[in-house]
Design a protein around this ligand. Structure first.
Ligand SMILES: [Zn+2]
Ligand SMILES: [Zn+2]
Length: 552
């Protein structure tokens, strides 16, 4: 009888489970339920069947996800937090990671990685035939803990959800070192052909095209003053709840009792961390070479059923109109690309429509796709601090204006106000008063020697993937052995060797290991995470940054 009771309790327990009835998602995988044995891009992972991991199917699953609160006997929907819908977008929709003991599909979550494998790949037994594209995975025990390697990969992938891009380049072909420069330039990952603006979503990547002194002249060198990660070092920072601009006066209400740190006379800047805008890209499927990314200039809003995998139904090259059909559905949508950009596409080609989030450290904004300007306010000064109402009053100096979008704050936007770190007196000048993440001596050096620190002596942006740096020794602080971590300018990113730059020779977004040791994120990437997660911690970040002997 006792056994029967416990059995009944077990059954009752099963009845309390609140997993929705989604049978054809990753959660529906059972023994001998086949996964697609298609290789995932350039790696040797085996993907789940698309039907299990596509956003639409997972969103249906998330929409029904509930939690059960026993005391009040109520159910709460927790799904909306994780759903990527155009009208009810969850705040954490791109920060969900599903741990599996099966080889994962990567980048299924557009920005980050939705699936992470916690088991060792050797522990997996696959059966079936690659030829019929169906494989079975023998059931595996979920391990108690993850290996450090799996954790490193997971951290790297999660960082993609916070606006960090890959700082590495694809491994070159075997005979690469023997190729001539001309041959090497023909290699698909040597040249980045997409618009520079498609890198705006990353705080740690910038297109060479953005920086070239003369965009039509490859040998014109770069203008170091245009480097994106000239982010101000910050000593005080708060998040703004409301902003009111009246002529030369700005009134800010701040979140979370952050007002007391500011004082009358403080120089402050305003910047948005997140802007409300829709930017969509048409991206070629992951195994295409070269990889194409085109900005969609019309329509302004794209329904969520067209996000993710779509097929090209027809192309009007004269007007750069591309008609797409959503995956497995019959309705279609016409999107307009920039002039000339539809020429590389093919009818019936599978492509992806992605939403592009804005630069998480929003210091530049585009006046058009090829030109950008600083998106930070002019220097303002604090004229009043009111602790009872948590209000800060700021003055806009005469002859300065606040760009339009810094005068308003939409519900989907986040604005910060901060006091920057001053440069020491011997480095300070009227037009360069504040310290930036890239140290002034490094910036000055790059102005005089306008080439990345991993270019060779002939200034070729060569094209190797080990953590090398030719940073001159006078830029390395005394006794430091961490010169690879100094923020500067390096060639390589988003798998490309040429045409894309990243900040330092060593970063977890570049390699997870160097010399068999785990790498940390570089200062630009760490700054980005602080900015996204808790900007009130900038002072703590800065203290740590200065303690590392990597700031000349
Ligand atoms: Zn990555
Ligand atoms: Zn980095």
């Amino acid at each position: 009888l006792r056994d029967e009771k416990s059995l009944i309790r077990k059954w009752q327990g099963y009845a309390q489970r609140r997993l929705p009835d989604a049978v054809d998602t990753a959660f529906g995988i059972t023994v001998n339920n086949h996964t697609a044995a298609k290789q995932d891009g350039d790696s040797d992972r085996i993907n789940f069947d698309r039907k299990r991991i596509q956003r639409d199917d997972l969103d249906d699953f998330f929409k029904n996800l509930k939690t059960f609160v026993e005391a009040e006997n109520r159910e709460y929907l927790i799904g909306p937090t994780f759903v990527m819908d155009e009208d009810a977008q969850g705040k954490d929709w791109d920060n969900v990671v599903i741990l599996t003991a099966a080889p994962q599909g990567t980048a299924q979550n557009i920005n980050g990685n939705m699936f992470a494998m916690v088991a060792e790949s050797e522990s997996l037994t696959l059966t079936g035939h690659l030829s019929d594209l169906r494989m079975s995975i023998s059931p595996t025990e979920m391990p108690e803990s993850m290996s450090n390697e799996a954790k490193a990969v997971l951290t790297h992938e999660m960082c993609h959800s916070f606006g960090l891009g890959d700082e590495y380049a694809k491994s070159p072909p075997k005979r690469f070192s023997k190729m001539t420069v001309a041959e090497a330039a023909e290699w698909p990952f040597a040249r980045f052909e997409s618009q520079a603006s498609t890198l705006d979503r990353y705080s740690n990547l910038q297109a060479r095209e953005d920086l070239l002194n003369d965009p039509t002249d490859d040998d014109s060198g770069i203008d170091a003053l245009k480097i994106k990660w000239r982010y101000h070092r910050i000593q005080k920072c708060a998040v703004v709840s409301t902003i009111n601009v009246n002529q030369n006066t700005v009134t800010l209400k701040l979140q979370g009792n952050q007002t007391a740190q500011f004082a009358v006379g403080n120089p402050v800047f305003l910047r948005k961390r997140q802007r409300k805008e829709n930017v969509y890209l048409l991206v070629s499927s992951s195994d295409a070479t070269p990889f194409l990314e085109h900005t969609i200039i019309h329509p302004e809003t794209i329904p969520s059923r067209y996000l993710g995998r779509v097929k090209i139904k027809s192309i009007d090259t004269a007007d750069d109109l591309v008609t797409i059909t959503s995956d497995g559905k019959t309705d279609s949508l016409k999107v307009k690309l920039e002039s000339g950009k539809s020429a590389d596409l093919k009818v019936r080609q599978t492509v992806f429509i992605e939403t592009q989030s804005t630069n998480p450290v929003h210091t530049i904004f585009r006046t058009d796709v090829n030109d950008f300007t600083r998106a930070v306010s002019p220097q303002l000064s604090v004229t009043n601090v009111d602790l009872t109402t948590q209000t800060l009053t700021l003055a806009i100096p005469a002859q300065e204006t606040l760009i339009d979008y810094l005068q308003t704050l939409d519900a989907k936007e986040v604005m910060i106000v901060y006091v920057p770190v001053e440069l020491p007196a011997d480095q300070r000048s009227a037009n360069y008063p504040y310290a930036e993440l890239i140290a002034k001596p490094v910036l000055s050096h790059l102005q005089e020697n306008p080439y990345p620190f991993n270019a060779n002596k002939q200034h070729q942006e060569a094209i190797r993937d080990n953590a090398t740096t030719l940073i001159p020794s006078q830029l390395v602080p005394c006794c430091s052995r961490r010169e690879k971590e100094i923020i500067g300018l390096y060639s390589g990113g988003k798998k490309y060797h040429g045409d894309i730059y990243h900040p330092s020779a060593k970063c977890m977004m570049r390699h997870e290991f160097v010399d068999k040791k785990y790498t940390e994120l570089c200062a630009v990437c760490r700054y980005t995470l602080v900015n996204m997660i808790d900007p009130t911690q900038f002072a703590a970040f800065d203290k740590d940054y200065m303690s590392r002997k990597i700031y000349p």
